[in-house]
Design a protein around this ligand. Structure first.
Ligand code: SAM
Length: 224
């Protein structure tokens, strides 16, 4: 796909991997050059909550804060390029988004009781439809079938991203994630038979995404 992309201001590196194109750079700077080249924007941006991945109760991460997480997140630059848009963490910046009844709820409790962390995560969507919920345990030793695959401090489950992608896009669509992290949206998109463009500003997470997507392609089980 990268051969068909125009020059990308703000991109430090572009890697084409099968139906995926991974871009190292600033998502907001690159986005305008991608206008008209994707069918859905599905992302898990910094929430503006100053989360410290190395804090007690956080995890084993030797990293500083997520880039951009130390200031309020403004979703407005992500809107108006395409329909649909889905944004995780949007309960932290809902006042800056249009009203929507079609929120996606991911219940991540291992049981039915509340945990010390939030019980669920919420994704705002621009689609018109009912609110939807998925149950997928994701805490400590109960990280569902993806246990052990810990690539990023705020990693989402592939299964949850597949659920959203299958709900809001069609086979063959191109999914853009301008805050790619370790590429979970990309792995899920490829598994669902979608193309993927991901942008990540930090080399460490860009490399993780590259490794994960390359492995996915090497397994040879993706739909054509
Ligand atoms: C919440 S994390 C995404 C994690 C991802 N969902 C996963 O499963 O790995 C947000 C990511 O956005 C990246 N980021 C922050 N500002 C960015 C920007 N302007 N352009 C591209 N990436 C950015 C951060 O480095 C971080 O990896």
């Amino acid at each position: 796909m990268s051969s068909s992309l125009p020059a990308l201001p703000g991109a430090e590196r572009v890697v084409a991997l099968g139906r995926a194109t991974l871009i190292l750079g600033n998502g907001l700077a690159v986005l305008p050059a991608l206008a008209g080249r994707f069918h859905a924007l599905i992302s898990d941006p910094p929430y503006g909550i100053d989360y410290d991945p190395s804090s007690p109760g956080g995890s084993k991460w030797d990293v500083d804060h997520i880039v951009g997480d130390n200031r309020p997140f403004d979703p407005c630059p992500l809107l108006g390029w395409v329909e649909p848009v889905v944004l995780f963490g949007a309960n932290n910046f809902a006042s800056k988004l249009p009203d929507s009844r079609a929120w996606f709820v991911w219940d991540k409790r291992p049981g039915m009781r509340s945990m010390c962390f939030s019980d669920c995560e919420l994704a705002w969507s621009s689609i018109d439809g009912p609110a939807r919920m998925i149950r997928y345990p994701w805490s400590g030793a109960n990280r569902g079938p993806e246990r052990g695959e810990h690539w990023h401090p705020t990693q989402k489950p592939i299964e949850v991203m597949r659920w959203i992608i299958e709900t809001v896009t069609a086979p063959g669509d191109i999914v853009l994630d301008p805050y790619m992290g370790s590429g979970t949206t990309g792995v899920a998109a490829l598994q669902c038979g979608r193309d993927f463009i991901g942008i990540e500003i930090q080399e460490r997470w860009f490399r993780a995404a590259e490794t994960r997507i390359r492995r996915e392609l090497d397994q040879g089980r993706l739909p054509l």
